[in-house]
Design a protein around this ligand. Structure first.
Ligand SMILES: Nc1ncnc2c1ncn2[C@@H]1O[C@H](COP(=O)(O)OP(=O)(O)O)[C@@H](O)[C@H]1O
Ligand SMILES: CC(=O)OP(=O)(O)O
Ligand SMILES: [Mg+2]
Length: 400
């Protein structure tokens, strides 16, 4: 009987999980999510498209990532895994800093390094560190593998990773890292099958979810991306501001006496779609809202994507294809349509019907630049990395 691989993706307020069977190719057994972990926790698990388990906690319950992980392992022992043993847990870890350019087996030293990177990803890193600690406590014999959002971008040329700051800051690691790398890596791995021209050429992938970024791929390798040292830079996001004149920070500090924590709250949690609309960080809600502020938030969201598309096309010295992915990129035809219309000067001719259908190709047959909708799967990428690390470190379990 094949072993199971558990994948944990700790987001800013949710914990997504998947269980894959270690077959060739990997087979998804079930997946699910905990939402609103510190306010109104909910758990749901799906298998073969149907809900197999659900639980709601009382409003105000502080389940947290530790409580969620403990619950998940206890639930797993109730028979839902059909006797498959969990051979390893793979985690999405947002920041790998300078040290990690590929997945790594977690030990005490690795965990300490991940913890030291918390200030660089305050919305994400504390949660994956907490999930790793919880698994260590609940299932100490299960090996854990950290898979980094930053790793895929380490192929970028030095100039794309540089800030124009005095050199000593770069030497201590103040440079552009980029994120959503597991998503981009997954998309790059599917291109030869789904969009062969894009796989061989100059492609910009737009990962548009709660967090949003874009990546320039040259023959499937990252050469530039919109996020930087932290997951704040680049596009406007659900609650994050994206690119900002650094002078704004100086102004806010002088004018309002804001310190680092106050700026962190403002830039990570109160800005973006939420800040500009004053209503919601959720794209679905804004698309159905009627206020002028919601319309302005959408206009700015699309404008920023278009501006970054031009910039990444410049980094690629041209453009052959655009890929939309992430919750918004995969599901919002109106946002894709607005971006593609703005990008018509690049030679992108939208096929409205194909776009309304959700693709995969959403441009007309003669379009010089093609555009695609490709669902991402960060969890599958993590499972693949986890399996590889297990086999290269000799931890892959033998027949049972
Ligand atoms: N049908 C849809 N139309 C428009 N936006 C959608 C749709 N479905 C999901 N979204 C948006 O996707 C975003 C969440 O993206 P997702 O990639 O799931 O988030 P996360 O970054 O938390 O993984 C939300 O803004 C949500 O409103
Ligand atoms: C890095 C990042 O922004 O991740 P997410 O989209 O999950 O918030
Ligand atoms: Mg995401």
């Amino acid at each position: 009987m094949p072993d199971a691989l558990l994948v944990l993706n700790a987001g800013s307020s949710s914990l997504k999980f998947s269980v894959f069977l270690d077959e060739e190719p990997l087979r998804l057994l079930l997946r699910g999510e905990f939402e609103e972990l510190s306010t109104r926790p909910r758990f749901v698990a799906h298998a073969d498209g149907a809900v197999i388990s659900q639980k709601d906690w009382a409003p105000g319950t502080q389940l947290g990532y530790t409580g969620a992980t403990d619950f998940l392992f206890a639930w797993g022992r109730e028979g839902v895994l059909g006797g498959h043993r969990i051979a390893a847990t793979g985690h999405r870890v947002v920041h790998g800093g300078m040290r990690f350019s590929g997945p790594a087996l977690v030990d005490a030293a690795t965990l300490a390094e991940l913890e030291a990177l918390i200030p660089l990803a305050p919305l994400h890193q504390p949660h994956c560190v907490e999930a790793i600690r919880a698994v260590t406590r609940t299932a100490p014999a299960v090996p854990q593998v950290a898979c980094f959002d930053t790793a895929f971008h380490r192929t970028q040329p030095p100039v794309a990773q540089a800030f124009a700051l005095p050199r000593r800051y770069a030497d201590e690691g103040v440079r552009r890292y980029g994120f959503h790398g597991l998503s981009y890596e997954y998309i790059a791995s599917t291109l030869p099958r789904t969009a062969p021209g894009a796989a061989e050429g100059r492609t910009v992938v737009a990962h548009l979810g709660n967090g949003a970024s874009m990546c320039a791929l040259l023959r499937g390798r990252s050469v530039a991306t919109t996020m930087g040292l932290t997951a704040l830079d680049g596009l406007m996001m659900g609650t994050r501001c994206g690119a900002l004149d650094p002078g704004v920070l100086l102004y806010l500090m002088d004018r309002y006496g804001m310190d680092a924590r106050a700026l962190e709250r403002l830039l990570y949690q109160q800005s973006g779609l939420l800040g500009v609309s004053g209503e919601s960080s959720d794209m679905r809600e804004l698309l159905s809202a009627s206020s002028a502020a919601a319309a302005e938030a959408l206009e700015l969201f699309v404008y920023r994507i278009h501006r970054e598309l031009g910039s990444l096309a410049a980094a690629l010295h041209g453009l052959d294809a655009v890929v939309f992915t992430g919750g918004i990129g995969e599901h919002s035809a109106p946002i894709r349509e607005r971006v593609c219309r703005d990008a018509s000067w690049l030679g992108l001719e939208l096929d409205e019907e194909a776009n309304a259908r959700g693709g995969p190709c959403i441009t007309r047959s003669g379009s010089r630049v093609s555009a695609w909708v490709i669902p991402t799967d960060e969890e599958a990428m993590i499972a693949l990395h986890t399996r590889r690390v297990l086999s290269t470190t000799g931890l892959a379990p033998g027949p049972q």
